[in-house]
Design a protein around this ligand. Sequence first.
Ligand SMILES: [Zn+2]
Length: 354
Amino acid sequence: MRLDRIDAIDTAPAAWPSHGLEALGACPVCDHAGREPLLADLRDLVFGIGPGTWTLWRCTACGAGYLDPRPDRATIGLAYAGYYTQEAALTPGRVSAARTRRLARRNAYLNQRWGYALAPALTGPVHLPPIQQRRADRVVRSLPAARAGERLLDVGCGNGAWLDLMRAGGWAVWGVEPDAQSAARAAELGLSVVPDLLTAPFPDQHFDAITLNHVIEHLHDPGAALARCYALLKPGGRLWIATPNLDALGRVRFGPAWRGLETPRHLVLYTASSLRGILAAAGFESIERLPPTDPARGMFLESARIARARRLTWLARARVKWQAWRADRRVSRAPECAEESVVVAVRGSFGEMR
Ligand SMILES: [Zn+2]
């Protein structure tokens, strides 16, 4: 079943300021002008912060989706007031014994697999089921523990909680965060944070790894951002990206209520092939799509709640969980339909000769 309408949404239909709209006319990923409307009358159903209604177009060349018109750089902040990354890094409260044991198992796996020295950790070898291994790998974004002096940059680091973890894993860490409040939270952790990737005063070939966790879909000029990442990486350096997948089964199932749309903060939504294409255009090599880590359940439950604009009854939750279980079965055979894409790419060893 497809949802073609959304019940009882109580967000205000105010318009985005007209002076803050930017028209594109062509795909921001591949510059092709051919396109089809994919979803119209989209609103900020996730946080109800950003005013306006929006159209998502699908590029007929590369398959990416993009808002047009969209908020311009000067006014996009209207859609971020009170955004969730401004929360302070979670301070651990009372943690149950079962949770501590799970954490100790996960840390033991990460220490064994990637060379970290995270605590608390079980002693002796641990064997996690494959899905739990992939989830644990995602915690460190498939980065091994740093050798002496290795540098990591997280673009869109939010409150810095993840960089704080990686610093404990031996990395020398820096962050990029345009939101002043989030950057201030990160600074409270003693992290070095700059506001803008393109103008950040880092020398070329400075970093061993750069990560963008659910960030590239927020960027006005993703090609320029990836070109800067390429320049900042040492030859052989790794780029890690996670982003919602436009071809996700959840997007087809929930349409305008799909959690991954997050209009108007998500300006561009990628398919597996359009993400690969924009990375290759920036010069990256060895572009590898990692297997999905998260079952569809979380995205499906959030999307169903958005579609109904209220909490789900236990019966509705049970039905959505069953649909998500079926979606996961399909994704195991067709990973290009997963709810998110996670990709690792490498700056080639001879990149300095380009
Ligand atoms: Zn395109």
